[in-house]
Design a binder for this molecule. Structure first.
Ligand SMILES: [Fe+2]
Ligand SMILES: [Fe+2]
Length: 273
């Protein structure tokens, strides 16, 4: 994205205001400005042809931020603002507690799961849709693999498989299944982005896998899950969670499972070590 210097300086109150700002504040302001510009472009182009950034343009944004793009959402402030004090988790936290206190607002996953339920998917797929992006609170790169690892000790194998591989299948359209390459990926990766070799290899493996449709159905439900007006909650999924999520009696983080440390990191993200 090209930055119009004059418009940018004017947008934050003129040259004097800029001179009084710290380096970080300037970087934040620039990022805000670029995000706003992007939103404006999206709005202006509705119905028309949106101009998507290139990989090089996305790379140029790296040094405009005081944090890396892949940082989990509990570790960064919204839109460049400071983080807020986080609510402590109860002693023996459950999945529902994490939804309320660490994954919130969780609209995207709740909308995905709602759609999966309405369209009559299996309970394993509904559960996978409900959990597929929750790990983004912790970390973003390779979120399919991280997410599967986080939930694996507690959910059916098919649901973990679906979570792990939805990340890969998002890059590959499947017309028959009703999945198109998402415009959102042109926006966030660049329109000329090529997924790395390990993603291509994973796709090859998945195409011939008997469980191909599990992660594919997560992507199918993913696509329609950004409705700002939809009202969603975890309640409709409590029965499915009860049947398929093995809540440890010690609480998530304290049961010595292979992913217990990941739950603890989510629970106490302000610990220095
Ligand atoms: Fe995802
Ligand atoms: Fe998603």
């Amino acid at each position: 994205m090209e930055v119009d210097r004059r418009a940018f300086i004017a947008s934050i109150g003129g040259a004097a205001a800029v001179a009084a700002m710290s380096h970080e504040a300037k970087a934040d302001a620039l990022e805000h400005y670029m995000e706003d510009q992007l939103d404006e472009q999206v709005a202006a182009n509705q119905g028309g042809q949106e101009k998507f950034p290139t990989v090089a343009e996305i790379e140029a944004q790296i040094e405009t931020r005081p944090f890396r793009r892949g940082t989990g959402s509990v570790f960064t402030g919204q839109r460049g603002q400071n983080v807020k004090k986080i609510t402590p988790m109860p002693d023996k936290p459950t999945l529902k507690d994490f939804f309320e206190l660490r994954f919130a607002p969780a609209n995207h996953v709740l909308q995905s799961a709602t759609r999966a339920m309405k369209t009559g998917m299996t309970e394993e797929v509904i559960l996978a849709c409900l959990l597929h992006d929750c790990v983004l609170s912790l970390i973003k790169p390779d979120h399919g693999w991280w997410g599967a690892q986080l939930f694996e000790p507690y959910i059916p194998e098919k649901s973990a498989f679906a979570i792990r591989y939805h990340q890969t299948l998002r890059f590959f359209p499947d017309e028959q299944a009703g999945y198109e390459y998402p415009d959102q990926y042109y926006r966030i990766f660049g329109h000329d982005y090529q997924p790395p070799q390990y993603i291509q290899d994973t796709y090859k493996m998945l195409k011939n896998h008997k469980w191909y449709m599990e992660p594919r159905l997560v992507t199918v439900n993913d696509l329609y899950a950004f409705d700002p007006n939809a009202k969603v909650s975890i309640e409709p999924f409590e029965d499915i969670i009860g049947r398929h999520f093995k809540q440890p009696k010690e609480g998530l983080g304290y049961d010595n499972s292979p992913s217990a440390h990941m739950w603890r990191t989510l629970a106490r993200p302000d610990n220095p070590l």
